[in-house]
Design a protein around this ligand. Sequence first.
Ligand code: FEO
Length: 396
Amino acid sequence: MTPREIVPGVFAVGAIDWDRRIFDELIPTPDGTSYNSYLLRGSEKTALIDTVDPSKFADLTANLDRLGVDKIDYIIANHAEQDHSGSIPAMLGRYPGAKVVTNQKCRDFLVDLLQIPQDRVIVISDGDTLTLGDRTLEFIFAPWVHWPETMLTYLPEDRILFSCDLFGSHYATSTLYVPDEAVIYESAKRYYAEIMMPFRSSIKAHLAKLAAREIAVIAPSHGPVYDRPAFIMDAYRDWTGDDVRNVVVLPFVSMHGSTQAMVDHFTTALIQRGVQVHPFNLTKTDIGELAKALVDAATVVIGTPTLIFGPHPQVVYAAYLANLLRPKTRYASVIGSYGWGGKTVDTLASMLDRLKVELIEPVYIKGYPREGDFAALDRLADAIRKKHEEAGIIPS
Ligand code: FEO
């Protein structure tokens, strides 16, 4: 990578990670990612906003060398997670006069996680400002953008918001700005689903807080920079809002074809009733795509066989994850087949305790589905269609 100028004196100096394919050992990143770091030159002081993942430290220092940066006064730590903070210790070694500027909670994490000396940290409060001479940094606390310590940094003179993970995307691109809004929409939605969806109400409050500010550019810590902030802010308002769509998300596993036959019939029944459906075969699916589909789907129906006496372990994994991610889904049900018994439906229902969903009568049958079972699936599709109609999601 090479430094890219956003406005005179403000540069993107981070690193692109073209090859990263998993994050947190959990989240697939099929399009790679970037760790964005920004250099701000004021008339008196120089600041660096966030650093990069330690694996890319050399890229950051190469960019700073290209710009001839021999002194950094402040390293702003918007977030303590190591993909942004992990290079701070090495940066403090490289720039011995630099101080880390962050909030109390973030400082405590940096001390615990990276053993940064407390005397190298300046602690600021929400709304505090820091002057660089002809430029000012304003700190906006935004807790639970997935960690409790996250903050944003606003540069009023240039109307740039350095938003950290908020509005980010795991998308490696050589362009500084969003290359294609339709592509980045999908990537940003997936990113929102994977890490921010559980904190929907906090994010909503952050959006309201930002509404009062003039923002010309949003510079997140992953993915390209937004020169049309309304694009991503509108998308976030939609994702964090209460509206859901006329969609059934159908994650499933089938061991011997019975559940598959039910899924196939049920998918067709929903289509025939004007309800969109998105089946995810969990043995093949990318879990990030499933998370993205959950952002605004009205209904989740889980399809599973019974293995020994409970749901298939891959279904358990997906249900556990969905419960953690806490989508705004309103209705849920279960379909599937068992051989000799078990408590599959009860087990799954108890696993979704964090979701505020209404459980619609499951269709859980013995063996391969018969005529009466297909009719029960049709009735489930009818019930879902009716629920969606009553909720105003589709016109009656
Ligand atoms: Fe990109 Fe929460 O770190």
